[in-house]
Design a binder for this molecule. Sequence first.
Ligand code: FES
Ligand SMILES: [Fe+2]
Length: 388
Amino acid sequence: MAMTTLFNNWDIVAKGWYLVTASKTISQATVQSFTICGQRIALFRGSDGQVRALDAYCPHMGTDLGIGSVDGNQVRCFFHHWAFDGNGQCQDIPCQDSIPSGAAVQAYATEEKYGFIWVYPDKVAPRPVAEFDELNGEALAVVADAPLTRQCHHHICMINGIDVQHLQTVHHLPVDLSLSLQQDGEQIDFTLSGELLDTNWRERLGRIILGPRYAYSMRYAHGCLGLLTMMQEVRWIPKLHMLYAYRPTEAGETFIQPIYVTKKRPGLWGWIVTHLLLWLTRLSYYVLRGEDGKIYDNIRFSTERLLPVDEPIARYVRYVNGLVPSRWSKRSPAVSLSEETLSSEPISSEKEALNGEHKQGRTTDFDLCASSAPQGDPEQVSKTRQRE
Ligand code: FES
Ligand SMILES: [Fe+2]
């Protein structure tokens, strides 16, 4: 039987935090509905200022609660004025005293972070929206850029941050990287670091400005949020941070919301530094974005012929296939994620790659669909990339 997996599968939505809209869109005592991952969700902000999320269609006759009104900390349906609390339970039916059983809708966990409202496809989320470790507990300055769409599944778009080869072939970045990897459940960190090359004037200029080494890391959370930390191990410039929030659209595209983040610094000089760093982050993103766009708008993605240098991508695919399908999925995987699928043992070709045994240019077939997805204990893997 063919294995149906989560990766690049439009019918399965992994559990995770999905960005809905800017916090300011839902002001106090307002309600509005959005289609998120194919699901109609009503968001409302109660008189206590808290945002709540419910399945949008009223259990009475199916009216969209998004056209209703907010009454205290409840949302009231426009049609016959049934009122629902943040748990989705009907609390009031104006024409009678009793509440029939089943007068309820599914409620979802919400969080407001980075200036946006996020929804999780369960009533309770196991962990909050992902953060950068070094910004933990800091007051943040956040700037959201204009959202964009790409013509492929978001699992494919997300690969861009860890595709080592394309840094040289597409972006002409003179850096030779090695990978370290750490996974903690549904969150995985890829850190790529190495020497800046010095074979021509452009590379030498880069070394003068940045120093001899460069590193960056991608943290993926739930396969729908990427946290990029740039400018690691360089001199002069502090680390730059940005997020990419992804979700599938009804039209079969990927919606991407870029968000720039840095620590908020006090005082006038602090304000200048803060905004200079946000601007630098945006600039770095713009330099790379244009070059990548036409790839992801025209790709028919395949994992048939991955090379050892593509190891981060193989690991990423395995990570995504280990995520948990949510109630928003159009169907369940034909074969659920089995014990075998969730094993932490690497496939044999990958073991060789991890040991750096592959010669340059030698093709390795990664049987990714049948591969195991690393889960459980955090793991550390290091490998020196083969020079091209
Ligand atoms: S349809 Fe919502 S109260 Fe009747
Ligand atoms: Fe790129």
